[in-house]
Design a protein around this ligand. Structure first.
Ligand SMILES: [Zn+2]
Length: 271
């Protein structure tokens, strides 16, 4: 059974909607990833996880074409980075998801590959839930790899695994080793830990949300330690994410949607 939405004919799209396929929308970014990795890291990683999950799902998942660009203003000090304004990005993600809802798909999940997109994907998913009969959610692919990271991580916590780091470099080494410039890997850059309230890590940030402009705090663009990366770790991280995405979508399809109730005297609704 086809697992990539872009390969369907329109009658097939109609049929898969009626069968209740879960739509996975990969969301990524084109941005600097230090001296040693290409700017397409987020695209490559999220594409692999989402397409493999769909391929292994026995038709339960359809992976949509990717949203390639993300919200990246904080990284614009580094060439190679493309940014989309935050409100434009939310609207764009919402419109893509809403187009699936209009076809009859009612389970949608954004799978994101770039940290700053996450809060915006969350909001786009919530807007789907607030304005349509469908259910939508959003998740970062690294969050699905947590079990493997807990086992294999060597970077310090928190702050040692954030960008072009042990995690992302391991995955890219696994998927496209020929494009990793090992001799250009920087020594560990200072982890993003300002104080006990402000720190950043793929697996847990500080209580105060404060994302600085990147060029103020990083010379190479890296945040973390790429020298700890290996292709074997990358494979484990990817397999863990794929397994968890398939399992989440299985449960998501079964998740009931009770009828909405309105206890107000008025029945005005948000458009
Ligand atoms: Zn990245």
């Amino acid at each position: 059974m086809k697992h990539l939405y872009r390969t369907l004919t329109w009658p097939e799209a109609r049929e898969r909607a009626s069968e209740g396929a879960v739509i996975v929308i990969p969301v990524a970014a084109i941005e600097q990833h230090g001296y040693h990795l290409p700017i397409d890291v987020d695209n490559v990683l999220v594409e692999h996880v989402t397409e493999e999950a769909a391929r292994r799902s026995n038709g339960r998942i359809l992976t949509a074409p990717m949203i390639h660009y993300g919200f990246n203003e904080h990284n614009m000090g580094f060439p190679g980075t493309i940014t989309v304004r935050e409100y434009v990005f939310i609207d764009f993600c919402y419109d893509v998801a809403h187009s699936f809802v209009r076809q009859g798909f009612d389970r949608i999940v954004f799978v994101n590959g770039q940290g700053s997109n996450q809060m915006l994907c969350n909001l786009a998913a919530r807007r789907i839930n607030n304005t349509t009969r469908a259910l939508a959610g959003a998740v970062a692919h690294w969050a699905l790899a947590k079990d493997a990271v807990d086992r294999l991580r060597e970077s310090e916590y928190p702050g040692g695994m954030a960008h072009a780091c042990e995690f992302e470099t391991s995955l890219y080494m696994y998927l496209k080793p020929e494009l990793v410039e090992k001799d250009k890997m920087t020594r560990r850059e200072a982890p993003s830990r300002v104080n006990q309230f402000v720190y950043d890590d793929l697996f847990g940030s500080g209580p105060v949300h404060m994302v600085n402009r990147w060029s103020r705090i990083s010379e190479s663009g890296v945040e973390g330690d790429p020298l700890l990366a290996t292709a074997d770790k990358g494979k484990e991280f990817a397999e863990c994410s794929i397994r968890n995405l398939v399992e989440f979508c299985r449960l998501f399809r079964q998740q009931p949607v009770p009828p909405e109730r309105d206890f107000n005297y008025s029945n005005e609704r948000l458009d």
